[in-house]
Design a protein around this ligand. Structure first.
Ligand SMILES: C[S@@+](CC[C@H](N)C(=O)[O-])C[C@H]1O[C@@H](n2cnc3c(N)ncnc32)[C@H](O)[C@@H]1O
Length: 313
C-alpha cells in the first residue's frame, strides 16, 4: 500500500473546492463552525412626532425614532444556511457515486441542516442520524443536560455505498451474563448512538485546538465508510482530526481551513505523514506547541490516539 497522502489547504473552502474535480472523494466529513453567519441587523423603525425628538422634519416639526424590534434571530439562521448551502453543493458534486457525506452538527442547528441536505441529496439518500453522546461537565438543574452532537449521514446513491460491517469495533453487552460467554467476549455491534468522551484535557491526543473532535469517533466512521487508499475530504478541518485518522487507517486525505491557527496546528500534528501545504508558506505559519510534544510521537502508537478515556461504546 502506498503511503497515505495528506494535503492541507489554507483558504476559504468554497474557493478551494471549486477548483477540485467532480466525483473525486469517497468520504467527506465536516464539522462546520457553530452558526457564525453574520446576522444582518434589520432593525425596523417607526418615526413619531415628539417636541423632544432628535429628527427635524417638515415645517420644523421634531420627531423621535422608535426601534420596533430586530429581525436578527431569523437572519442568523438564513445566513448560516446560505453560508453552508454552496459548500454542501460542492461536496455533493465532488462525492463519488458510492461516496458518503457526514455532517457533524450541534443540536440547535441539526434540524435546519437536515432539511437543507434533504433538498441537496434527496430524502432517500439520508441514511442515519448518529448521536455522539458524551458525559462531561456540569449538569443543568432546570432542563435535561445537553450532552450529545449529531452526525448526519447521506449516501450519494442510497443502494450503493461503503459500509464495512466487519470493520466496526464491537462494544460490551450491558448484561453479559444474559448472552453466554462466547457472545459476551465478542461484544455486540454498536447502534446509531455512540458513547465516547470528549477529547480529555490531559489526553495525549489533545492538540489544544478548541473544537477538536475525538480520534475514536472519527476512526469508527472512517473504518466503516471507506476502504484503504480511498480519498477523504474535510473542508472545515480545524486541528486535522480527519487527516490524522485517515493517515492512521491508510486513507488519503485533503484538509481545508481558512484559519491560520488551525492550519498551523494540523501542519504540526500531521507532519510525520509528510503533508503537502497549499495557500501559505510553512515559514508563515504560527509556532505551535502540541500537548503531544513532550516525549513525542514515536511512530504511531494506538495509545496516543486512544487517550486515557477514549473508548467508544
Ligand atoms: C468546529 S471546527 C472543526 C474542528 C475539527 N473537526 C477538529 O477535530 O479539530 C470548524 C473549522 O472550520 C473553519 N472554517 C470556518 N469557516 C471556514 C471557511 N469558510 N473555509 C474554511 N474553513 C472554515 C474554522 O476555522 C474552524 O477551524
Amino acid at each position: 500500500m502506498s503511503l497515505p497522502s495528506v494535503d492541507i489547504h489554507y483558504g476559504d473552502n468554497l474557493d478551494v473546492m471549486v477548483g477540485m474535480s467532480d466525483s473525486s472523494f469517497d468520504l467527506i466529513y465536516v464539522d462546520p463552525p457553530f452558526n457564525t453567519g453574520k446576522a444582518q441587523q434589520r432593525q425596523s423603525i417607526r418615526v413619531v412626532q415628539d417636541t423632544e425628538g432628535d429628527r427635524v422634519g417638515f415645517q420644523d416639526k421634531k420627531y423621535r425614532t422608535l426601534k420596533l424590534g430586530s429581525m436578527s434571530y431569523a437572519d442568523v439562521f438564513d445566513d448560516y444556511l446560505s453560508f453552508l448551502e454552496p459548500r454542501f453543493l460542492e461536496a455533493y458534486r465532488m462525492l463519488k457515486p458510492e461516496g458518503s457525506f457526514f455532517v457533524h452538527i450541534d443540536y440547535r442547528e441539526v434540524h435546519y441542516v437536515k432539511v437543507l441536505l434533504d433538498l441537496i441529496f434527496g430524502r432517500q439518500c439520508f441514511m442515519n442520524e448518529i448521536i455522539w453522546a458524551y458525559d462531561y461537565g456540569a449538569r443543568s438543574k432546570s432542563k435535561w443536560s445537553t450532552k450529545h452532537d449529531t452526525i448526519l449521514w447521506y449516501a450519494k446513491t442510497p443502494d450503493r455505498y461503503t459500509f464495512n460491517y466487519e470493520e466496526v469495533d464491537r462494544i460490551p453487552y450491558m448484561a453479559p451474563g444474559l448472552v453466554g460467554r462466547e457472545k459476551a467476549s465478542r461484544g455486540k455491534a454498536p447502534t446509531d448512538v455512540w458513547w465516547h468522551t470528549i477529547v480529555p484535557t490531559n489526553s495525549k491526543e489533545r492538540t489544544g485546538y478548541p473544537t477538536q473532535k475525538p480520534f475514536g469517533v472519527l476512526k469508527r466512521l472512517v473504518l466503516a465508510h471507506s476502504k484503504p487508499e480511498d480519498r477523504a475530504l474535510d473542508f472545515f478541518a480545524g486541528s486535522g482530526t480527519l487527516g490524522d485518522v485517515c493517515a492512521y487507517c491508510g486513507r488519503h486525505s485533503v484538509l481545508i481551513d481558512n484559519s491560520k491557527a488551525a492550519v498551523s496546528v494540523m501542519w504540526k500534528r500531521l507532519r510525520k505523514y509528510n503533508p503537502s501545504l497549499k495557500g501559505i508558506a510553512e515559514e508563515d505559519l504560527d509556532p505551535v506547541h502540541l500537548d503531544t510534544d513532550p516525549g513525542e510521537v514515536d511512530g504511531d502508537s494506538p495509545e496516543r490516539h486512544a487517550g486515557d478515556q477514549g473508548r467508544l461504546f
